[in-house]
Design a protein around this ligand. Sequence first.
Ligand SMILES: *Cc1c(COP(=O)(O)O)cnc(C)c1O
Length: 360
Amino acid sequence: MVKRVYNFNPGPAVLPFSVLEEASKGVLEFANLGMSILEISHRAKEFEAVLNETEKNLLDLMSLSSEEYKILFLQGGASLQFCMIPMNFLNKEDTADYIHTGTWSKGAIKEAKLFGNVHIAATSEDKKFNYIPGKFNWTSGASYIHVTSNNTIEGTQFHEFPDTGNVPVMVDMSSDMLSRKLDFSKFDIIYAGAQKNLGPAGVTIVVLKKKLLEKCKEGLPTLLSYKTQYEKNSLYNTPPVFAIYVVGLVAKWIKAQGGLEEIEKVNVKKAKLLYDTIDELRDVYHPVVTDLSSRSLMNIVFRMASEEIEKEFISKTKECGLIGLKGHRSVGGLRASLYNAFPLEGIEVLVDFMRKFAKS
Ligand SMILES: *Cc1c(COP(=O)(O)O)cnc(C)c1O
């Protein structure tokens, strides 16, 4: 038996243990081929089956049809999507609208400016990004709108998405993809580095509305064109075979949990337990996001009276097997990342610890 800690890391992050067990079998031998999943050809029909099954399961989970949507399995992380989206869809003289809600949207905006004009349609920068803006100032004729659905570092999340008419919407869902039920058909591109909620590092999931391909610019570097990746079924060059295989196992695991509806219920319960405790013990733990409708279910950030106490808290939680509670280096404080695979028991242990620590 492996002794597991409670892993609150923001990403790469906790995976279901059953997925790790299955993946470790696949590392030794895959599909009775006498070879490891690490050794097979990406052109093998057994791998193509994994790719297609994973795509089907991901689309099913989001209730999207394969007629309208395609899943791409790319590399370069969510960060490369910051660049690929404007590279493919923003012309020099045109404007894209960005909602600026934190560190990651800042990265996306920086890349977009290399290709065309960027208009900030809304921002929460005035309050250190501790809320989700509710008023938007759209550009008429914008090429697209870019939204970061969950702000991993600041701990905020869109619970309602703005009405954007028929302008294409691109969503960075890196840290809350498949964590809740949404009307995914409102979006034109959804992208996420797998390493937060979907699998290991090394693959980026891009959900692409096929209709959008008509708007792709021509003359782009081959690998950076969505059109190439679409036409070649993500197999223009060697894709990250193992990472895709594990994402496939995670997709099956989510299905076995009862799909997004059930996953969401558990995620709501988990987050509520921790927020309630923080709010109750406000003298000791200070929630960073006080606007309740902006709070993230995935990344819960809080502070304590001083950095010294925070340090002590982190070191004592480590001794109890509660790992990864340090806030992002850019904002400090504490952060608990409660992705799909994080168990409710882990939060119960944390909450018990917080009560004891508050008393002492
Ligand atoms: C982690 C993260 C990224 C960056 O992901 P990489 O895969 O490391 O490039 C981008 N956006 C959000 C919201 C993130 O949480």
